[in-house]
Write a protein that binds this ligand. Sequence first.
Ligand code: HAM
Length: 421
Amino acid sequence: MTFKVPRGTQDILPEQSAKWQKVEETIRHLCHTYRYEEIRTPMFESTELFQRGVGDTTDIVQKEMYTFTDRGNRSLTLRPEGTAGAVRAYVEHKLYGLPDQPVKLSYIGPMFRYERQQAGRYRQFVQFGVEAIGSKDPAIDAEVISLAMNVYRTVGLTDLKLVINSLGDKEVREAHRTALINHFEPHIHEFCSDCQNRLEKNPLRILDCKVDRENPLMETAPSLTDFLNEESATYFEKVKHYLDLLGIEYEVDPNLVRGLDYYNHTAFEIMSTSKGFGSITTLCGGGRYHGLVQEVGGPDMAGIGFAMSIERLLLALEAEGKELETDSALEVFIVSMDDAAKEKAVELASTFRAKGIATEIDYASRKMKAQMKAADRQGAKWVLVLGEQELADNAAAVKNMETGTQEKVPFHDLVNYLQTH
Ligand code: HAM
């Protein structure tokens, strides 16, 4: 019997995880400078939270959730995204009562969607996301977008495109909804059964359909932009103004609708424009939500946020041929030539590690030459050689692997030597 990782999931082996850590470090640092503090919410929530939050008619809720009944007969769902959980926590812990609003939250963690596996699309993936809840200031929209862009730029990506749109407010969406129904209804039999169901429930979702993408009615569908009322249009203008102020380039795409129901006003996506990137080019998606906090039982507070998967960020780096500088470097490898030297090696390794010096020794009883090769493979900066003579002299032969020079250093002086050379 052999086992493989479940479809749509992957093992992150050490060589890869060094890159993950580097990305996570960059993210943590940027979140610190932008003041988005970490929130950790459970990996599963009540199913109803996502039905209400993400929206009953979305693909995520209809087709992609990992839902199960626990032993207490509760319906639970592995979180498909992080916004609903963060907003639930904001309401449950009454964070809306804190004096400083908006409350700015960030998270990094696995999300689960039962999707068709392909490059850049997994069933378990890690999202980094932020949510700024409790402000209707368009400047925060620009801040959130600028944080996302900054993450990509800091890791070295350059082939990026920011696309924005305004989905308007409730009134706008109602008017648009009616127009969409009038547009699609006479030809709805040409569409898939999902779209037929969407017509009355949520016609905006039709524009998002992967099956009927090529239908000419998609192109001619009424655009939300034409329905924007003055308040929504002014809000959008202000967001664009702040983006200009920050020197962030963007494209306005009136067809950008996003796949989740909670959005209104600002919606945005960041794409990779790298030629090497596969067919799924969206790296990051986000937007503003005004009804969600109330939907999960809180007061009338508005939020905005985004999420990006680390997997797609790493794929984009690969597509652009950019290497992340990782710091997994080994400083010292101690080569021991006999049992007595091995004991000294164990002792020295412990001393070095206590001083923060990354140290490795041989655990495979290899010959000296094989140990030297291992040190080289692992990229050691220094190799210490310990044999009968070195033990007698109370000094190790220290070889600098970059320059090839070798020196004999007394045991008691080793830490100082390694730290200062
Ligand atoms: P979303 O557009 O569903 O939005 O997902 C955001 C990002 O998560 C995508 O742009 C992509 O990077 C990543 N992603 C989604 N599905 C997959 C997958 N199957 N495999 C790999 N990566 C994936 C949300 O999740 C919203 N909660 C974003 C948000 C936060 N809006 C406001 N606040």
